[in-house]
Design a protein around this ligand. Structure first.
Ligand SMILES: Nc1nc2c(c(=O)[nH]1)N[C@H]1C(S)=C(S)[C@@H](COP(=O)(O)O)O[C@H]1N2
Ligand SMILES: [Mo]
Length: 393
């Protein structure tokens, strides 16, 4: 893989701010109680046919049908999420540096080519899923990006191990956490720069990579060109894009995005609860989705239905996918295994006359999707079996 040394620019400059045309079709996200319709956009700086959740900073959702087209999500259909609008719309690859500093013996400022050559080049299939994927489906509803289940995607990520870079910088024995920062900044005075940290042991995990390619191409700018962190099995809040700064910390990271945001209640909570103990959202739970039908689709009453879908085991592989709510539990056939952290495609036959059903994933550690969603005020880590209703005609 040769990284493109030319300057990467969001195609068409102003396209980054283009509003959906009035004529663009609307997508129904089936959010309970609405508002459920979103505009779609045909062209958006290297993307096509995406659901527009927000224009600036961009939040684009992948339509469900894309997950039916193959196990890997094409780069131009891959979801996009940025927290702050101060994201560069062009990057000069020649001038770019990745700095590694803090509790290290040899602080480094590496050129792109030096990063690419810093260790063995490895490729790993992994699902990038926003912690808020499916947030819009929570009941009671919660504030935040009202995603349906298209804030996820599966890609082949190529890069070098983070630990090879850390070794190059000679991390000291005092290291406890490693903090990652991208090139994006907040436009609002005093707003906290987006930064995320991993415990040092997780940072040294053989699967954690600094990626420079996605599905065999340079990372799209909106997905983090030229470098991004990949933490297979963990929610994508840690997958820092346009990664330019790695700081080795001797203690806990108390920055806003670790200490205040992206935290899960450590005890059961209900709406209105405050001051409950919490911990950072991290590993993903198992999930399964039907990809060739949407809820509300009409199907012939007297015939069985061939279903296709994708599943993820979360932070380990998929052991089983089954249909529940069908006349009898139906076990799905799993397709090719691309590794523990990617999508696993599946297919199953839904018995004739079934109108309400869901697909349930169990991972290789025996964790199974629940039938009721544990509620949390930020709408993180949705993992309930997604029930679907078909109209029998
Ligand atoms: N630099 C930077 N990296 C970031 C973010 C961000 O706002 N800035 N958002 C994170 C979150 S919350 C998500 S869901 C993913 C989205 O990745 P994608 O846009 O490639 O799909 O990027 C992560 N990495
Ligand atoms: Mo996210």
């Amino acid at each position: 893989m040769r990284i493109d040394r030319r300057t990467a620019i969001l195609s068409g400059g102003a396209a980054a701010l283009a509003l959906p045309a009035a004529s663009s079709p609307m997508a129904d996200l089936h959010l309970p109680g609405g508002p459920s319709l979103r505009p779609t956009v045909r062209d958006f700086a290297g993307k096509r046919d995406m659901i527009v959740q927000r224009v600036r900073p961009p939040m684009l959702e992948t339509p469900r049908a894309v997950f039916d087209s193959g196990v890997f999500t094409p780069n131009d259909r891959f979801f996009v999420r940025w927290h702050w609008a101060g994201m560069p719309t062009s990057i000069d690859a020649g001038a770019f540096r990745l700095n590694i500093h803090g509790a290290v013996k040899t602080p480094l400022s590496l050129r792109l080519q030096e990063v690419v050559r810093a260790g063995e080049s490895i490729e790993i299939a992994a699902v990038n899923q926003c912690a808020g994927n499916g947030r819009g489906l929570f009941q009671p509803r919660v504030i935040g990006a009202q995603w349906a289940n298209g804030a996820m995607g599966n890609a082949l990520w190529r890069g070098v191990r983070l630990r090879d870079l850390l070794d190059k910088a000679r991390v000291t024995g005092a290291a406890r956490h490693v903090r990652f920062t991208g090139l994006d900044t907040a436009l609002i005075d005093g707003a906290p720069q987006f930064r995320k940290s991993l415990p040092i042991d997780k940072a040294r995990d053989a699967d954690v990579i600094v990626a420079f390619a996605m599905n065999g191409e340079n990372l799209p700018l909106l997905n983090g060109y030229p470098l991004r962190l990949i933490v297979p099995g963990w929610f994508s809040t840690y997958w820092v894009k346009m990664l330019t700064d790695i700081e080795v910390l001797t203690g806990e990271d108390d920055n806003f995005w670790m200490a205040k945001a992206y935290r899960m209640p450590s005890v059961p909570v209900k709406p209105g609860d405050k001051d409950f103990p919490s911990h950072p959202v991290a590993a993903m739970p198992p999930r399964a989705f039907v990809t060739n039908f949407e809820t509300g689709d009409a199907v012939p009453r007297g015939r069985s239905i061939e279903l296709r879908g994708v599943a993820l085991g979360g932070d380990c592989g998929v052991a089983k996918v089954e249909l529940i709510g069908a006349n009898a539990p139906v076990t799905a056939t799993l397709e090719a295994d691309h590794g523990s952290f990617g999508f696993r495609r599946w297919r199953a036959t839904l018995p004739a006359g079934t109108s309400r059903f869901g697909a349930r994933c169990t991972n290789v550690r025996g964790r199974t999707q629940p039938l009721a969603q544990a509620w949390n005020p930020s709408g993180y880590a949705r993992d309930v079996v997604e029930m679907m209703d078909l109209k029998l005609t």
